[in-house]
Design a protein around this ligand. Structure first.
Ligand SMILES: *Cc1c(COP(=O)(O)O)cnc(C)c1O
Length: 370
C-alpha cells in the first residue's frame, strides 16, 4: 500500500510566476470579459496552433455544444453515441432534440459508421459523433453519409485537442467541432471550450449566439445565451499553449510505457493505436476481459485499496440513464458493443506529472493477479 494517492488525472498548470504578469494586465485594464484583448489573442493563437479556419471561445464545452446545435438550427432527431460523457447527449435534450443511439465499434469506441444509415428517419437532421479518448472517428464515411442524406455533422471533439491524422487536425472535420478546456482535459483553462467552424459567416453567427444574440448595442438577432469566455480563462489559455506540447509528449510517453508492459498480461486489452495518428495521451482505457482473473469491478476495488484512483469511463452508457432509457434506440439489445465495453473498461491514471514509478505501481497491481 502506497500512501501517496495516484489520481486518474491531475490538471496541468504552468508555473504561477509566469501567470502573474497576465493577471496584472487584467487588473490594470479592468477588461474582464466581453471579448477583451486576451480573448482576441487566445482565439488567434489557438487558430494557428490547431491549424483550423475559425475558433469561437466559450466558457465551457457544454455551452459550446448547445450553441453549436443552435447555430446550425438542428431539430428533430440526431444520431449519436451512447458511449460518451453525459454532456454530449444532454446538449441535445436542452435543445429539445431527440437522441437516436447507434452502437459503437470495438476498436475505437466510436460510433459504428456502418450502422448509421439504418437509424436515419425523415426527422433526422444531424449526426453527433464523439472522437472518444481522442480516437479519430471514421470521418470519411460519416461525411459521405451526411452529404448523401443532407445531414449536418457536428463532432464532440472534447477529447481531441492536439490530435492529428496525417498532419491534419481532427478538429477540421465536419461542419462544426466542439472542444473542452475543462480542468480534467489535456489542455485546460480551468473551465473553457470552443467551437471550430469552417468560415467567417458561421463563426459570426456562433459569436452572436454566445453573447445573447447581440449584433451591436441595440440589435439582437437571435435568442442567444451567455457562453462567453472571460479574460482570466483566455490569459491562462494563452500561457497554457506555451506548455501543451510538452504536456502531450509526457502523456504519450506514459501511454507507451503502459502499452509495452500490458502486452504480456492476458485478459487485459489496450485499444489499438491507429496509423498516422498523433494522439494526445488524454486517456488510457483498458478492457478487462473474461480471461483476466478478476472482474473489472474487483480490479477497480483493488486499485482503490492501493490508493490508485482509476475511473470507469464510460459506465454506465448514457443510454441507460433515466432520462434516455425509455427511448427505443436505448435498448441494450440495440447497443451490444457499447453495453459490453462499458462493463469492461477502466481508464488508468495518465497525466504529465505522473512519474515512472507511479506508472509501474499501476502496472504491478494489474499484473499481480496473473
Ligand atoms: C468534458 C466533456 C464534455 C463537456 O465539456 P465541459 O467543458 O466540461 O463542459 C463534453 N463531451 C465530452 C465527451 C467530454 O468529455
Amino acid at each position: 500500500m502506497q500512501d501517496k494517492p495516484t489520481y486518474l488525472t491531475r490538471p496541468y498548470l504552468p508555473p504561477l510566476d509566469e501567470f502573474l504578469p497576465y493577471l496584472q494586465e487584467i487588473w490594470e485594464s479592468r477588461r474582464l470579459t466581453n471579448g477583451g484583448p486576451f480573448h482576441e489573442q487566445f482565439e488567434e493563437a489557438l487558430r494557428q496552433y490547431l491549424r483550423v479556419p475559425q475558433v469561437s471561445l466559450f466558457a465551457n464545452g457544454t455551452l459550446a455544444l448547445m450553441t453549436a446545435l443552435q447555430a446550425l438550427r438542428i431539430t428533430g432527431e440526431v444520431i449519436t453515441t451512447p458511449y460518451t460523457f453525459a454532456a454530449t447527449t444532454h446538449a441535445l435534450l436542452w435543445n429539445g432534440i431527440k437522441p437516436v443511439f447507434v452502437d459503437i465499434r470495438r476498436d475505437t469506441c466510436n460510433l459504428d459508421e456502418e450502422l448509421v444509415e439504418a437509424a436515419i428517419t425523415p426527422r433526422t437532421t444531424a449526426i453527433l459523433p464523439v472522437h472518444c479518448y481522442g480516437n479519430p472517428c471514421a470521418s470519411g464515411r460519416l461525411q459521405q453519409i451526411a452529404d448523401t442524406y443532407g445531414l449536418k455533422l457536428i463532432y464532440d471533439a472534447a477529447h481531441a485537442f492536439g490530435v492529428s491524422v496525417d498532419g491534419h487536425s481532427l478538429l477540421e472535420l465536419g461542419d462544426l467541432a466542439v472542444v473542452s478546456f475543462h480542468a480534467t482535459k489535456v489542455f485546460n483553462t480551468f473551465e473553457g471550450g470552443a467551437i471550430i467552424s469552417r468560415d467567417a459567416r458561421i463563426k459570426q453567427r456562433i459569436d452572436y449566439l454566445k453573447n445573447f444574440g447581440f449584433a451591436d448595442e441595440i440589435t439582437v438577432v437571435a435568442p442567444g445565451i451567455n457562453g462567453k469566455m472571460n479574460e482570466f480563462q483566455a490569459a491562462l489559455g494563452l500561457l497554457q499553449l506555451r506548455h501543451v506540447e510538452q504536456a502531450i509528449a509526457a502523456r504519450n510517453q506514459i501511454d507507451r510505457r503502459y502499452r509495452q508492459a500490458l502486452r504480456s498480461v492476458p485478459g487485459v486489452q489496450c485499444l489499438p493505436s491507429a496509423d498516422g495518428v498523433r494522439s494526445n495521451g488524454g486517456y488510457f482505457p483498458v478492457l478487462i476481459g473474461p480471461d483476466y482473473p478478476l472482474s473489472r469491478d474487483q480490479l477497480y476495488d483493488e486499485f482503490r485499496r492501493n490508493n490508485i484512483y482509476v475511473r470507469r469511463y464510460f459506465f454506465p452508457p448514457i443510454s441507460e440513464l433515466p432520462m434516455y432509457r425509455g427511448l427505443a434506440s436505448a435498448a441494450p439489445a440495440n447497443l451490444p458493443v457499447a453495453t459490453s465495453i462499458a462493463k469492461q473498461v477502466l481508464c488508468l491514471p495518465i497525466h504529465p506529472d505522473l512519474d515512472g514509478q507511479a506508472v509501474d505501481r499501476v502496472i504491478e497491481v494489474i499484473a499481480a493477479f496473473v
